[in-house]
Write a protein that binds this ligand. Structure first.
Ligand code: SF4
Length: 407
């Protein structure tokens, strides 16, 4: 059985669910009153867009929402019927399908004044945004940077990106008529930092045994870090989450009955978040995932070097890590978070998150860390076979329990 709902353990997570609806309703309303909308990729520095007083809108997040509402498959098929390959990113196909049908939750994609993307994460980030820019006949800005982040980044990488961000600020001013105001930018970054501190603390709280929070909540909670960072609302929600989680830590309570501690590799299945309940029903807590922790994991921005700081934040993400960095990071988190095994979601839709998983699994095995892999798709349920996946997971959990002497 698949379900887009996972049982949540925190009231703050219910607040996040409300904030998702509120964000989409309010963005649509602001656009209808003529406020300028900018469509941006998920790893674009949202703080800059809030500082410029425009309405940031994220097509990838919208496709995840469509998937959670069980309509992504239909939109993917529309894009395929219009000639786009089945093998393309399902966020792209879903987003485009909903635009072609002029449909989708909350009234569909907002008509933008301009479009911003990055060149270093994946090819859809360029091609998808080019298609959108042609469709809406608006300017497209592509932030360039090193495609793979190696162990050491040089100053010239950041100088190059800072100069582009300066050009972008000018372009936003010219296209939207919204002025850049230094004080507002500083205020936005301070709000982002405050929210990020709470968020980082919550993510790190999972080092506790038992873990006070799992991916059942965090898959929803991450919305704030992706979409709302730099707003007062983000601070309020993450402060509440922090307070609730710290209570649990004080009481040494786990989010769930926890015999096995797992890491999840790749984007979650938005149409089937209920899978995380399945783990919990089998006494397994999913307590680490590079997708959230090493992508939107609550980075402290340097207020004195704001653009360099934003450049560093959007470059240093899991999908842009070299294989060597990913391997090192896994060894570190397995130790720090006391992880028993890793579940690899081999995601047909997202190549940057899936490439290298076989090598990583081999590397983990050589270091005594078991893993299991299954194929699916983050947004399109057509590529998911519930029975087969659970058969693999059951065998894996049994193996881990035997290894720990629990069976
Ligand atoms: S391929 Fe992956 S990173 Fe690129 S747009 Fe799709 S989901 Fe996002």
């Amino acid at each position: 059985m698949t379900t887009s709902h996972s049982d949540k353990h925190y009231k703050a997570t219910e607040k996040v669910s409300e904030s998702i609806k509120q964000y989409y309703r309010e963005s649509a309303e602001a656009a209808s009153h003529g406020e300028p909308v900018i469509l941006a990729t998920g790893n674009f520095p949202v703080e800059l867009l809030y500082a410029m007083n425009v309405v940031p809108w994220f097509p990838e997040n919208y496709s995840a929402l469509c998937s959670a509402r069980q309509v992504a498959g239909r939109y993917c098929r529309i894009a395929e019927k219009n000639g786009y390959s089945k093998t393309l990113c399902s966020y792209f196909k879903c987003g485009l399908g909903s635009i072609l049908e002029s449909g989708g939750p909350f009234g569909g994609t907002l008509r933008p004044k301009m479009i911003v993307t990055t060149r270093f994460n994946c090819i859809p980030h360029i091609k998808w945004w080019e298609i959108l820019a042609r469709f809406y006949e608006v300017p497209l800005f592509v932030l360039d940077g090193p495609h793979v982040v190696a162990a050491k980044m040089e100053d010239y990488h950041y100088e190059y990106m800072v100069s582009q961000l300066e050009d972008l600020i000018e372009l936003i001013e010219k296209t939207t008529g919204k002025p850049y105001i230094q004080d507002r930018f500083t205020e936005t970054l301070e709000l982002a930092n405050e929210a990020s501190r709470y968020w980082r603390w919550v993510l790190d709280s999972r080092k506790n045994i038992p873990s006070p929070i799992t991916l059942s909540d965090l898959a929803t909670d991450m919305f704030v870090s992706v979409v709302l960072l730099g707003t007062q609302k983000a601070v309020e929600i993450y402060r509440q989450l922090y307070e609730e989680v710290s209570e649990k830590v004080k009481m040494r309570q786990g989010a769930t009955e926890e015999k096995i501690r797992l890491a999840w590799d790749n984007i979650v299945l938005w149409y089937n978040l209920g899978l995380f309940n399945y783990f919990e029903q089998h006494d397994a807590a999913v307590i680490y995932e590079p997708y959230i922790s090493d992508t939107w994991g609550g980075v402290e921005l340097n207020i004195n070097e704001p653009l360099k700081s934003l450049a560093s934040k959007c470059l240093n993400i899991w999908a842009n890590f070299s294989l060597e960095l990913r391997a090192k990071r896994y060894l570190q988190v397995v130790k720090e978070f006391h992880i028993d095994g890793v579940v690899f979601h081999s995601n047909r839709a997202c190549k940057p998150f899936s490439m290298g998983q076989i090598q990583l699994a081999k590397y983990l095995q050589e270091n005594g860390i078991p893993s299991v892999s299954f194929e699916a798709d983050m947004a399109d349920p057509a590529a998911y076979a519930d029975g087969q996946v659970k058969l693999r997971l059951d065998a894996f959990l049994e193996l881990l329990k035997m290894k720990k002497g629990l069976l």
